[in-house]
Design a protein around this ligand. Structure first.
Ligand code: C2E
Ligand code: CA
Ligand code: CA
Length: 573
């Protein structure tokens, strides 16, 4: 299959062309380079550029000047700036000015350059997908039936995407949690239909107050969330809060009744108040509760009233006993070896069945556990439960291996390797039946400590997989240094690769990179046969995704293995 390369327009002044030529990037990573110095040459390449690499001149406004010149040519592709000896502050300034990345000319090598290009292109894709998601017609399970607004799950998905994007562009982002008071009284006095009508009107009032990129969602009966993703500052967020509260408190006309309600609002900022979606959300919620208690219109998160600084107190409280109450369960998603079309293992994925809030996804409660010191007992429980299940399967002849996700914090625990060794020993499982999935960010957040834990696990014979591969962009060197056996290409690239040529190129390049590093390559998020075929042709080793199977309960795994075309019996035929 012919893969279309990423077209990189290189605007050089003095040394860039030589640096890029030496890197030999084109041949290595599926990049196609076009060099241009003058405006005529740039104009000729405008149409096809997927990404621009531009050399900076000297002087304080050089970045602005270069970016203006490029945009002036009508190019809206991401721009990577290349310079000499910029300080960290200067580099941040370039990113704030709108550059997708900054590279020092001495740093340019095939890996660094290609990672930077993929990620710049990917960030551009995220922007496009956010816009597409806005206009998407399918108002399915991801939307609240009453107001038509995104529900909790979709909201967390989008918050995560907005945060990735904001981080990439060096912007901050405000999350506003709005809680309505007095709905119970309305229901008691006028019935459920009137209360529903009121809620619909609240949504209708909020919607036009927000710019199209702003996300508005209904999280719970009387709780709404609003993200302001564009350059939100504290004052900007506070102004928005005033405007929202003012509007919500105006009287409503529903079914012949004139009704008023009050509301409180809590605000938290990314990145100032947290690095993960769950953390920001629980902090905005804590601020909202504080506003209710102190009868303030809104409160900006400060850490007070949230004594341990650990997010939503009630949810943390519930989480602390969730394991003991048996509310956490594991689901298992098959991994299928592509050459054999046959299951080779499963990944354990945690679920929390909350007694009143329903199913809470790990993207929400794992960060909460990390912030509140509950991650160690949770990780231990997940390891114990998944290995116990694996031992039972293997005893009954199901020859599977298991992958378990480790969060950054658990990798920093000093006795993780020892505890795993003890569990494996007690269950008489060989170490090579377990694989641990860690993310690139987990490795860089405390590299020396993480590296030591990984080394200990490796010495024990446990394999390590790099999860969400391709979403980090400075840490490839870490991956090369670590004793890693597997990379898992992130599902955000894989899911749409049939429709999105850019994603196809990225996945192809990541697989090639895996091959070059001698690693097993897994693609997650395989949702249809078309993607399976593409991956197979690209030489991907293992596939995982809804096309083969969603995550299943343990008993359903046994059934799936017996009956599915990818089951164990299929390969033995
Ligand atoms: P992950 O490790 O990247 O897991 C893959 C996620 O993608 C899972 O979501 C899975 O249900 C979903 N998925 C699988 N196939 C497809 C597909 O074809 N299409 C789409 N759209 N999605 C697919 P889930 O279970 O909600 O897990 C989310 C994340 O939570 C995981 O991402 C992992 O990072 C974390 N996590 C899950 N269980 C644990 C755990 O026990 N411990 C820790 N530390 N983290 C966990
Ligand atoms: Ca995983
Ligand atoms: Ca993943």
């Amino acid at each position: 299959m012919r893969r279309s390369p990423i077209n990189v327009l290189v605007i050089d002044r003095t040394g860039l062309r030589a640096a890029v030529d030496i890197a030999g990037t084109g041949a290595f990573a599926g990049l196609s380079l076009t060099f241009a110095g003058d405006d005529g040459a740039i104009n000729a390449a405008t149409e096809s550029a997927d990404c621009v690499l531009a050399e900076l001149a000297d002087g304080p406004d050089a970045a602005d000047a270069v970016l203006r010149r490029i945009r002036g040519h009508g190019i809206d592709a991401p721009v990577i700036l290349v310079g000499h000896n910029a300080t960290a502050d200067e580099a941040v300034r370039f990113l704030r000015a709108g550059a997708a990345d900054y590279l020092d000319i001495t740093e340019i090598g095939a890996l660094r350059l290609s990672c930077s290009v993929w990620n710049a292109v990917r960030a551009g894709n995220v922007v496009r997908r956010l816009a597409e998601a806005e206009g998407q017609q399918n108002r399915d399970a991801m939307h609240d039936g009453l107001t038509g607004l995104p529900n909790r799950q979709l909201f967390f998905d989008r918050l995560d995407m907005s945060m990735t994007l904001a981080e990439r562009e060096g912007r901050s982002l405000a999350l506003l949690m709005l809680d309505l008071n007095g709905l119970d009284a309305v229901t008691r006095a006028f019935g459920q239909a009137t209360c529903d009508g009121l809620l619909r009107q609240v949504a209708e009032r909020l919607r036009p107050m927000l710019r199209s990129s702003d996300a508005l969602a209904r999280l719970d009966d009387d709780e709404f969330a609003i993200t302001l993703p564009t350059g939100a500052s504290l004052t900007g967020a506070a102004t928005a809060a005033d405007k929202i509260l003012d509007s919500v408190r105006q009287p409503y006309e529903v079914a012949g009744h004139s009704l008023t309600i009050s509301a409180n609002l809590g605000i938290a900022l990314f990145p100032a108040h947290g690095a993960r979606a769950g953390q920001i959300a629980s902090r905005a919620e804590a601020a909202m509760r504080q506003a209710q208690q102190s009868e303030a219109a809104y409160v900006i998160y400060t850490g007070e009233g949230d004594s341990d600084g650990n997010g939503s107190p009630s949810l943390v409280h519930d989480l602390a006993s969730a394991v003991e109450r048996g509310e956490i369960a594991l689901h298992y998603q098959p991994k299928v070896s592509m050459p054999q079309s046959r299951v080779c293992g499963v990944e354990a994925l945690a679920r929390w069945q909350h007694p009143t809030k329903g199913m809470i996804c790990p993207d929400e409660f794992v960060p909460l556990a990390e912030q509140s010191g509950l991650i160690e007992p949770l990780t231990q429980w997940v390891l114990d439960a998944s290995l116990t299940q694996l031992a039972a399967w293997r005893k009954s002849g199901l020859d599977l291996t298991i992958s378990v996700n480790l969060s950054a914090k658990s990798l920093h625990s000093h006795d993780l390797a020892k505890r795993i060794e003890a569990t494996l020993g007690a269950l008489r499982l060989a170490p090579d039946t377990l694989m641990l999935e860690i993310t690139e960010s987990a490795i860089i957040s405390d590299a020396p400590r993480a590296r030591q834990t990984v080394a200990e696990l490796h010495e024990m014979g446990i394999a390590i997989s790099i999860d969400d591969f391709g979403t980090g962009y400075t840490s490839l060197s870490h991956v090369r240094e670590l004793p890693v056996q597997e990379i898992k290409v992130d599902k955000s690239f894989v899911m749409n690769m049939a429709q999105t040529p850019d994603d196809r190129v990225i996945v192809g390049t990541l697989i090639e990179l895996g091959h070059n590093l001698g690693l097993q390559v897994v693609a997650e998020g395989v949702e249809n046969a078309g993607v399976w075929e593409m991956l197979n042709k690209l030489g991907c080793h293992i596939a995982q995704g809804y096309y083969m199977s969603k995550p299943l309960e343990a008993d359903a795994v046994r059934e799936w293995v017996a009956n599915s075309p990818w089951g164990l019996a299929a390969g033995q035929a």
